[in-house]
Ligand binder design. Sequence first.
Ligand code: HAM
Length: 425
Amino acid sequence: MTIQPVKGTRDFYPREMAVHNWIVDGWKKISLRNGFEEYDGPIFEYLKMYQVKSGDEIVEQLFSLTDRGGRDLALRPEMTPTLARMVNQQINSLPKPIKWFSVPRLFRAERPQKGRLREFFQWNIDIIGVDDVLADAEVIFTTIDYLRQVGLTSTDIKVKISSREFLAGFLKSIGIPEEKLGDIYVLLDKSAKLPPGVFEELLREQVPDKTISGKILDFMVEQSIEQVRDLTAPNESTESALENLGNVFNYLESMGVGDFCIFNPGIVRGLAYYTGIVFEVHDAVGELRAICGGGRYDNLLKDFGGPSIPATGMGMGDCVLEILLREKGLLEKQLPAGSIDYFVAYVDESYKNQAIRITMELRSKGCSANFSYKAAKLNKQLKQASDQNARKCIIIGQEIESNQLAVKDMTSGEQKLVNLDEFNA
Ligand code: HAM
């Protein structure tokens, strides 16, 4: 019987692990240089935590379990509820603003497809305690800072920005009742992923009045903030939403990343808790699913029993990112070669212990080193050294009797005799 890996999961062989580590190291480096501190939480939480505010889609995709004490638990499908719970728990002692990042392993029982798996990693950055959309701009900047660092340009990717606050104001102004907003958001979020015609049909099911559904369709395709402003009768909430949107774009311009950012009213986000600026990063061709997404969620901490405190953040999965980097040829180019400093070979069994001793000495000096387990033919050992990408190979033979080592440079092929006491690893 052969056992297959579970659908939607990945095995990380060393090659894949090297890619994974390179992506995660980049996320961490960029988070730190933008002033975020790392945190983590448990991989499973109480099931009810995700039923409070994440929305039906996430709830339907939960991997849930009952523990031996009869408690209903779920593997985490996202990090934001854990973050809200953790911050609430220590709200009085934590210095504000809170700028935290994390790289959790997440689980969603989605239908596996290109860029979407059932187990994945997601970079999270969040800023808690700042009302000003400057925090939203900093989250977006940090996201771009990473994508730029790995070589993606403003012609490869676009940050599409909109406002849930404005959308809510617009929908209410055309007669959509408050309690229907959640369902409409979920549907609008799917619009770009649905085949042409299907979205319109689903929208008409939700909003049978043709004039109203027509206004929604018009709204989704507008190109500029001015155009969406013209679609709605101005009121206090839509005006403040538009001011916030304008400010975000101004801040992003000042941060030097304006060329990556565009307004797109079609960005709604599927999760229920967003309240203000929302954004997603997409490949410019529009072939792939979103690279990442995020936004402002000013009510989540309160909904979790904490104080009313504003928050904004984003999550970027590793799957679409990796596909895009491969497609652009940016991955292979930047991946550090998995190499060791030394491989220690020996000509016959009588030198084995010397080889072991020298390997251990190299390791104690901080060099990475391997030795041959067998006194195989020298050619075989050299092949092993090159399979392991060793930079140098030390060959131990009779020269060791006169305190000398043969050191072969594996790139140039050059071989020298070096005195043992002069050998500097
Ligand atoms: P989300 O839109 O559900 O947001 O996910 C954000 C990103 O995670 C997606 O754009 C994608 O890169 C990745 N992702 C989601 N599901 C999968 C999957 N099944 N397989 C691979 N990658 C996936 C959130 O999760 C929010 N909690 C983000 C956030 C943080 N908002 C504020 N702070």
